[in-house]
Design a protein around this ligand. Structure first.
Ligand code: 1HN
Length: 343
């Protein structure tokens, strides 16, 4: 009787408190917090054929007069489907711009990046800087930089968009502004800036407007890396992080981008970390073991390794290197003293 009366008074207390926008810690019970970080984000693989089919069909029915962008987003089945995010911090989508089209100029608080997949000669203008795109190029549009995409070439352009949209939304900071015209005036080319950057680094001067990593430089750096003794990382193969050339820090404040090469037949060791990584297969085929399941991938596929999930990569080809592009929220976790790794 006494026990029942006390349970009843706790529930009455909870109810009375709820009416006054209050809540007791006792509602969590004795279990308290979990012993390791928990996430609703699920491991997931998206096939390129599905993404590509959707983009081609969108090309037939969606115009850039009616939609700000022709973008297909990858949706994590563990997260709210309305939000259409691949992870709780970062979003990945794919964009298609047809010959003659322009995706109008705007800027927003989410930081974005483009990793070019197909086509040649279209360009993104970032704060007046023209970045002419080729497959494998990485183009950054950091927070509040103006950007528009134009395809004056004869070929369709396809690229991957990465954004820290879910993170910026969790912080209630999402906003966007449109530029006064569809296109920004072009003031300079990214090639000019890269030439000047080389000179300015030599003279110790900092430039704030570096946005374009050319694939030819990335590929050359990867090939140098393969030749360097001891360069192979046991968890990631030959991994190159895109560093901010001015600060030496992460690619952008919230996003770390990388490319990694797994030689033919290579298998990496298992580890886990508190950052969440989105991968895109740029070249080759292989598999990633995430927990108990193996996800087989080939060129164009994308997959998510959620935080604290043990994983390792395998190149399943006996002759071809595999190259993965990735983006992770590690800089955020490191800045907040939440980054941990275990192997
Ligand atoms: C965006 O502004 C772009 O500017 C691409 O190309 C993808 C996904 C969500 C929100 C804004 C772009 C986007 C996006």
């Amino acid at each position: 009787m006494k026990q029942a009366a006390s349970v009843d008074s706790v529930s009455r207390l909870d109810r009375d408190m709820a009416e006054k926008n209050l809540s007791g810690y006792w509602r969590l019970g004795m279990e308290g917090l979990p012993p390791h970080p928990m996430t609703a984000v699920e491991p997931c693989l998206w096939k390129w054929t599905d993404v590509y089919d959707s983009l081609v069909r969108a090309g037939e029915v969606i115009s850039l007069e009616n939609s700000e962008r022709r973008v297909v987003r990858l949706v994590n089945p563990g997260l709210d489907q309305q939000q259409a995010f691949a992870t709780h911090t970062l979003q990945i989508s794919f964009q298609y711009v047809k010959p003659g089209e322009n995706a109008r100029a705007h800027r927003h608080t989410p930081a974005a990046l483009r990793f070019v997949l197909q086509g040649k000669g279209a360009y993104t203008t970032v704060n007046g800087q023209q970045c002419v795109m080729e497959p494998g190029d990485l183009i950054l549009t950091p927070k509040l930089t103006w950007h528009d995409h134009s395809n004056d070439s004869k070929e369709p352009m396809l690229w991957l968009d990465g954004l820290d949209f879910p993170l910026v939304q969790a912080l209630h900071q999402v906003m966007q502004e449109r530029y006064s015209d569809r296109r920004q005036p072009i003031e300079k080319s990214s090639e000019e800036v890269m030439d000047k950057l080389g000179a300015s680094l030599r003279h110790g001067v900092r430039l704030a407007d570096f946005f374009h990593y050319k694939w030819r430089d990335t590929e050359e750096a990867l090939h140098e890396l393969i030749k360097s003794p001891g360069a192979r990382d046991r968890f990631d193969g030959y991994l190159l992080e895109y560093r901010n050339p001015l600060s030496g820090g992460p690619t952008m404040t919230t996003i770390q981008c990388a490319v990694q090469l797994l030689p033919a037949n290579d298998e990496t060791e298992t580890h886990r970390h508190t950052s969440t990584v989105i991968y895109h297969v740029f070249r080759g085929k292989g598999a990633t073991q995430i927990g108990e399941r193996r996800y087989d991938w080939e060129q164009g596929d994308s997959f998510v390794v959620p935080l604290w999930h043990v994983h390792r990569h395998l190149n399943r080809s006996s002759s071809e290197d595999a190259i993965l592009f990735s983006m992770s929220d590690a800089p955020v976790l490191k800045a907040l003293d939440l980054y941990r790794e275990e192997f």
